[in-house]
Design a protein around this ligand. Structure first.
Ligand SMILES: [Zn+2]
Length: 126
């Protein structure tokens, strides 16, 4: 599989999450939590989801879709990591559709997308 930025992998994995069965779902969720706490888990997630052929195909398609969406949205913008949120340590980002919240650990950190609504733009709480 080609190399994808971790944020893109997390977003694709989040989109895949509702389709997973236990106990895989639990393992994936704990890796995503680990990533949210600042410990990279993208490679472990890829390993975990590549064990099953069907899942690996699904994930690859999602990653390619992410890339297409990103290119379409940014119109060829090639900035580092495609940063879209301006953040400071302690900022709280929330999903407007549910109770999901993400607390920024350090300046410039990007919030992880909501697991249930990975495409929804998070709003910053005041
Ligand atoms: Zn949500």
């Amino acid at each position: 599989m080609p190399r994808y930025p971790p944020e893109q992998i997390y977003a694709a994995v989040c989109a895949l999450l509702p389709e997973l069965d236990e106990p895989l779902k639990g393992q994936v969720q704990s890796l995503l939590t680990q990533a949210a706490n600042g410990q990279p888990a993208d490679l472990q997630l890829l390993d975990l989801l590549s064990q099953d052929d069907a899942l690996r195909q699904r994930l690859r398609r999602l990653l390619q879709a992410e890339e297409t969406t990103r290119e379409a949205t940014l119109g060829g913008y090639s900035g580092l990591g495609g940063e879209t949120y301006s953040t400071k340590a302690g900022d709280v980002f929330a999903c407007p559709e549910c109770g999901y919240r993400f607390v920024i650990g350090e300046d410039g950190e990007q919030p992880l997308p909501c697991e249930k609504h990975p495409r929804v733009r998070l709003s910053k709480e005041q």
